[in-house]
Design a protein around this ligand. Structure first.
Ligand code: FEO
Length: 167
């Protein structure tokens, strides 16, 4: 793997681990307001982002590179409402999608077609993530200040479990 590609991958490993850290902070927020279903959903999201980071980390080594870990930025700690938290997730995931697109641009620039093929999995994953989170944002907007609607959604989100995708 060319150095430029390795550097770009290492940057993305950090971005994925930051995502995991941000969602762990949200998990803590949801626990603090006793929305246990939301917090369980977030816990699955934490694991999913960690998986993304490790998948990239492993790939750097698989291609003969060296994964380099940088400091992870401090995430925000609280949100005004569950809707504000999910709007934050949606904006963050849109940002991550842009980062993956940039990474693909680097792969194409250095003619690393193997890296491009590897990154296609992440593109599909981003489409799914943005759709799922966008749906939750829409539902939270519909719920508004109706607490029974919020508790129903909490129960539904609590059913999510993280299943490790087959590598
Ligand atoms: Fe790893 Fe949510 O993108």
């Amino acid at each position: 793997m060319k150095k430029e590609m390795e550097k770009a991958f290492n940057k993305q490993v950090n971005a994925e681990l930051y995502s995991s850290y941000l969602y762990l902070s949200m998990e803590s927020y949801f626990q603090s307001v006793s929305l246990t279903g939301f917090s369980a959903w977030m816990c699955a999201q934490v694991q999913e982002e960690m998986f993304h980071g490790i998948k990239m980390y492993d790939y750097v080594h698989e291609r003969g590179g060296k994964a380099k870990l940088e400091a992870i930025a401090k995430p925000e700690e609280k949100w005004e409402t569950p809707l504000a938290a999910f709007e934050h997730i949606l904006a963050h995931e849109q940002h991550v999608t842009a980062l993956i697109n940039n990474l693909i641009d680097v792969a194409l620039d250095v003619r690393d077609h193997a890296a491009k093929a590897f990154l296609d999995w992440f593109i599909t994953e981003q489409v799914e993530e943005e759709a799922t989170v966008g749906q939750i944002v829409d539902r939270l907007r519909l719920i508004g200040s109706d607490s029974s609607g919020l508790f129903l959604l909490d129960t539904e989100l609590g059913k999510r479990i993280f299943v490790m995708p087959i590598k």
